[in-house]
Write a new protein. Structure first.
Length: 340
């Protein structure tokens, strides 16, 4: 388990605050814009930076004042930081040499990790001959070699092409599930954040905005920032909500307050919509009519921009409709989520 208790780190006009717990077998993802504080949290846990106040515990042990080499934490950097003059096997064994682990035990541990990361037979290869994905796996194996109590990954797939990211995500999940090690993963990728996480933490301006399982964060966000940052979202003000079928909402239309009446208070994901033909009713009744203004093709689905009486709406549906076509938009009950 990793715990951050009352952490504060000040950098002039930027301050980070965090209270966070990562459970023993959990893969937690920090997700947010550049400069939101994601990597700073990793560096504080690893010991590369010290908090101005608060405590950090790893495995129940207070490590706030310890140097990185005494924290028993594996760290995979964004650029891997492999040693170009060392072979794959020697890169993986580097931390074990520093710890003065006997040669026979080093060889055994390196072989275990080569198998775990599906790099068996690469031991004597120069790292410069490896692909980006293979280098990433070497960096992961090196971080795991000393059997750390926690694993930190700072955007490890950012330099990998999109085609190979899928297999690397599966590698990481398999390894993390096998080792059952608390893991903190930093990413800018919404796909990675939603796919990998046991729990997703949304960060903004040095603070934790929301935390929860990916499905809850995506389908029931508490804030407009989270709704927009985790995916495409149609937004509705109080006035627009009153003009939609009531059963579309996941709760009663709230009473108008004294705040900004033009501010969005509800979101609807594009994939919640269904197209129906003329004269057909939706799954629960009322529908909204509109005209397709744009079609974005993504293979198994299209992202349509539909002009309606409430303005343009993003709709994710099967291919088959075209620009200029009039469509009827329907939603299952409870599809519109009220923020807050």
């Amino acid at each position: 388990m990793i715990e951050l208790r009352g952490i504060r780190r000040d950098y002039g006009n930027f301050s980070l605050t965090a209270d966070l717990q990562i459970d023993a077998h959990e893969l937690l993802t920090l997700f947010g814009e550049s400069g939101s504080g994601k990597t700073t949290i990793l560096r504080l846990i690893a010991g590369f930076e010290r908090p101005d106040s608060g405590q950090i515990l790893v495995g129940g042990r207070a490590v706030t004042g310890l140097p990185p080499e005494r924290r028993e934490i594996g760290y995979v950097f964004q650029d891997y930081t492999l040693f170009p003059h060392l072979s794959v096997g020697k890169n993986i064994a580097y931390g074990l040499r520093v710890q003065k682990v006997p040669a026979e035990a080093r060889v055994r541990r390196v072989r275990e990790l080569l198998d775990l990361t599906e790099l068996a037979g690469f031991e004597d290869r120069a790292v410069s001959t490896l692909s980006g994905g293979e280098q990433q796996r070497v960096a992961l194996a090196r971080a795991l070699a000393p059997s750390p109590k926690a694993l930190l990954l700072d955007e490890p797939f950012s330099a990998i092409d999109t085609e190979r990211r899928g297999s690397l995500r599966r590698h990481l999940l398999n390894i993390q599930r096998t080792l059952q090690i608390p893991t903190v993963f930093v990413t800018h990728s919404r796909t990675e954040a939603l796919y990998l996480s046991d729990r997703l933490v949304i960060m903004r301006d040095g603070a934790i905005v929301e935390s929860g399982v990916p499905r809850d964060i995506y389908e029931r966000p508490k804030t407009l920032y989270t709704a927009r940052f985790t995916g495409s979202a149609n937004t509705f003000t109080h006035e627009k909500l009153k003009r939609l079928p009531e059963h579309w909402l996941d709760g009663p239309v709230p009473t108008e307050g004294t705040g900004d009446q033009d501010a969005p208070i509800a979101v609807l994901r594009p994939e919640k919509f269904e197209f129906t033909g003329p004269g057909q009713s939706g799954p629960d009744g009322g529908c909204l009519e509109g005209q397709i203004r744009h079609v974005g093709y993504f293979g198994s689905y299209c992202l349509y921009i539909v002009e309606t009486e409430l303005g343009e709406l993003d709709v994710q549906e099967e291919p088959g409709c075209s620009i200029g076509q009039t469509v009827r938009l329907c939603c299952p009950a409870g599809s519109i989520h009220l923020l807050g």
